[in-house]
Design a protein around this ligand. Structure first.
Ligand SMILES: Nc1ncnc2c1ncn2[C@@H]1O[C@H](COP(=O)(O)OP(=O)(O)OP(=O)(O)O)[C@@H](O)[C@H]1O
Ligand SMILES: [Mg+2]
Length: 338
């Protein structure tokens, strides 16, 4: 049996069924990322796991023990929310120490453990500051330390970095990864940011409409999506009905749709040849420079529209109106049914 077993959870609010037979297994020390669109039930699920909400049916087993009916304080599951939730009238040190004070730990132990946490989040010099004087990123680090000090069996993080700017997000992501590795923390991280999900996940779970639609290693889910929803949610792609994909005759997969990631469509000069690949003469109808990459919109003679994204290089840069060749390697065409 896995460390955490979530079995067939169901939750309805009024007439709306929000969680629909949700199941997930997690091993100890794993960092699982749940990615899903807004409103698919992520926060509701986290609230059920931590005990702020109860499921209508289904089971939660942690370390072999049924915790479905336990109160939040009895579950040893910590949670960090999207919005900063520090106590404004307590200093950083008091915020972090809170969980141990509630547990009535000896003063000396509280002080030492709080020091350790302050060091871990690199905020020792801010111990006596109040939350309102900290930056958003610093506040989330304090929230993290406050949740970690009681050594939860699982830590839940519900979009903890979504209010932060890109650079800070990346920094905190790395910090979380480091601490997770060092402490062997088991955690579930919820996000709707693709890059964040890919970077963090040991295992990635794609949630759609109240349940898991696919799970696996990030690269595997990215390269082998099992549904059209997962394919397009996890990264930009072209979805072409196979009967319209005449250019790929002979190699197009035996499925209703051919799915090709934008970056797997390579632009070559007009007249380029490669007998092993699908080559489609196209006209560039749009080219947008995005810094690291250029995003192209292409149209073929048969009216097919393709989206491509290529690294921006000085020597290859096509422009609107150019006639070029789109090259697609056979192994990069994924066949999927509706
Ligand atoms: N207490 C509640 N009462 C009624 N409906 C609710 C309640 N909480 C959530 N919902 C509904 O459940 C659905 C899922 O909400 P939830 O907050 O779990 O989504 P989410 O995946 O976390 O979205 P986001 O990415 O925007 O945070 C929404 O349609 C929401 O309106
Ligand atoms: Mg949410």
């Amino acid at each position: 049996m896995s460390y955490l077993n979530i079995e067939n959870l169901e939750k309805t609010y009024g007439k709306e069924k929000v969680i629909k037979g949700f199941s997930l297994q997690l091993e100890q020390g794993e960092l699982a990322v749940i990615i899903g669109a807004s409103g698919c039930g992520k926060t509701t699920l986290m609230r059920i796991l931590v005990g702020l909400e109860y499921a209508d049916s289904g089971k939660l087993l942690l370390n072999g023990k049924d915790i479905s009916d336990l109160k939040p304080g009895q579950r040893e599951i910590g949670m960090i929310f999207q919005k900063y939730s520090l106590f404004p009238n307590m200093t950083v040190r008091e915020n972090i120490a809170y969980g141990l004070r509630v547990k009535k730990c000896p003063k000396k132990e509280i002080f030492e453990k709080t020091d350790e946490m302050l060091e871990m989040i690199h905020l020792t010099e801010k111990a006596d500051a109040y939350p309102s004087t900290l930056s958003g990123g610093q506040q989330q680090r304090v929230a993290f330390a406050r949740a970690m000090i009681v050594r939860p069996q699982i830590l839940l993080l519900d979009e903890p970095f979504s209010a932060l700017d890109t650079e800070l997000k990346k920094e905190l992501r790395e910090e979380l990864k480091r601490i997770q590795r060092e402490t062997g923390l088991t955690a579930i991280f919820v996000t709707h940011d693709r890059e964040e999900a890919m970077v963090l996940a040991n295992r990635l779970f794609i949630m759609h409409d109240g349940k898991i639609e696919q799970c696996g290693k990030p690269w595997d889910v990215y390269n082998n999506p099992k549904t059209l929803y997962v394919a397009s949610f996890i990264g930009a792609c072209n979805i072409i009905p196979t009967e319209q994909f005449k250019e790929a005759a002979g190699i197009s997969p035996k499925a209703e749709y051919a799915v090709i990631r934008n970056e797997k469509i390579l632009l070559k000069e007009k007249g380029y040849s490669n007998p092993k690949a699908v080559l489609i003469p196209v006209t560039v109808s749009d080219a947008v420079f995005c810094g690291k990459t250029v995003k192209y919109t292409l149209s073929s003679a048969s009216g097919m529209i393709l989206k491509a994204e290529m690294p921006s290089q000085e020597d290859v840069h096509f422009q609107k109106g150019d006639n070029v060749t789109a090259e697609i390697k056979k192994e990069n065409v994924i066949g999927l049914n509706h």
